[in-house]
Design a binder for this molecule. Structure first.
Ligand SMILES: Cc1cc2nc3c(=O)[nH]c(=O)nc-3n(C[C@H](O)[C@H](O)[C@H](O)COP(=O)(O)OP(=O)(O)OC[C@H]3O[C@@H](n4cnc5c(N)ncnc54)[C@H](O)[C@@H]3O)c2cc1C
Length: 325
């Protein structure tokens, strides 16, 4: 059996591993402590937050078939939130997700989906791959100089700019991938000592440095503590990615307070995470990036319009292309 190294244990990497494990001997590497990538959860004190992907839709039959067993297991559930669009502090649109296209979440956290998928896969976490080098086979070099040897194939599922840092410059798709832009985002996690009423559980915010507000604790099986997740706009994150984090926390708290008409600074836990590569700048669609001569490939949400379903579909397309040659 040929040996395949997959860089990244987000939904793309784990989908590839699941679909290809009968054809290849697979090792998945991830620089993070746990699996899931941007299907992420952060635990701090008594609070847990989804600070990456917030929810997802399932618009293709293949993705609906994929999530069905996870729904049956209780690892994915619908989130029936009251959703609003806010412009300034004004609610301009209301809907109820119960009566619309289903919005799904991982249970009890977004990364539960990845944890379930990784159960029968050889995943090595805490290993950041810096580069790959072809001897007779591929060797992956990690940030500490560790060498992981003898792979026939290497696939990177890291965000596009990180994939370019790892894969060699003679990768046939290098120039095309270089054109794919990804945007940043700040995720502010707020834990409160008491519940307070709001007119919504999910809000897309327009014309503000805040782009999204969620009552995280309203999602299924999140426990009884009141938690909120606030996302900045991409513009705000990119302009302020390297400034003092307390300035960002204060600013996003102030913006949130004026939108929800409640003092967000009263949160007893305030944690900030900066995502340099949160989402695609454009929703472009690419064919799987495969170099049959070098035996390297790349996929991820950035190949297929971004989002959770795009990550799955890009991996499925790549797996199919590898199987059929
Ligand atoms: C703040 C935020 C909000 C979002 N909201 C939504 C939403 O509401 N709905 C939705 O559908 N999508 C949302 N998304 C997008 C969604 O999270 C992604 O589309 C999806 O999770 C991407 O999966 P992936 O496997 O392609 O990439 P990732 O999940 O990013 O996986 C890539 C993995 O590669 C690893 N990696 C990177 N470099 C290296 C290296 N050198 N060595 C080893 N490992 C490496 C990373 O640690 C990561 O685990 C959001 C994303 C963010 C950040």
């Amino acid at each position: 059996m040929e040996k395949l190294a997959i860089i990244g244990s987000g939904l793309s990497g784990l989908t590839l591993a699941t679909l290809l494990k009968s054809k290849f001997e697979i090792t998945v590497f991830d620089k993070a402590r746990g699996v899931g990538g941007r299907l992420a959860a952060r635990r701090t004190g008594p609070f847990t937050f989804d600070h990456g992907a917030q929810y997802f839709t399932a618009r293709t039959e293949a993705f609906r078939d994929f999530i069905k067993p996870l729904i049956d297991l209780g690892v994915i559930k619908k989130w029936t939130a009251r959703h609003v669009e806010v412009d300034g502090a004004q609610i301009v649109k209301r809907s109820y997700w119960e009566s619309e296209e289903p919005r799904y979440v991982g249970v009890p956290n977004m990364n539960s989906i990845a944890k379930q998928m990784a159960q029968n896969i050889n995943v090595k976490t805490n290993i950041k791959i810096d580069s790959i080098l072809r001897k007779d086979y591929w060797q992956l070099e990690d940030e500490h100089g560790g060498i992981h040897k003898d792979f026939d194939w290497v696939i990177s599922t890291a965000p596009a700019p990180q994939t370019l840092q790892i894969l060699p410059k003679n990768f046939v798709h290098h120039a095309l991938i270089k054109r794919i832009e990804m945007r940043g985002c700040y995720s502010l996690m707020l834990g409160f000592s008491e519940i307070f009423p709001l007119e919504f559980e999910a809000a897309h915010v327009l014309n503000s440095d805040v782009s999204w507000i969620a009552v995280n604790s309203h999602k299924p099986q999140r426990g009884s503590l009141h938690t909120m997740v606030i996302h900045s706009s991409a513009e705000y994150a990119e302009k302020n990615m390297d400034i003092d984090r307390n300035i960002v926390i204060n600013h996003l708290c102030q913006e949130t307070s004026s939108i929800i008409q409640h003092d967000a600074t009263q949160a007893i836990r305030q944690v900030l995470h900066g995502w340099r590569y949160a989402n695609n700048a454009k929703r472009d669609i690419y064919k799987p990036f495969i170099d049959h001569d070098l035996k390297i490939a790349a996929c991820g949400d950035w190949c297929l319009g971004g989002r959770v379903e795009g990550a799955f579909t890009s991996a499925q397309n790549l797996a199919h292309a590898l199987e059929t040659g």
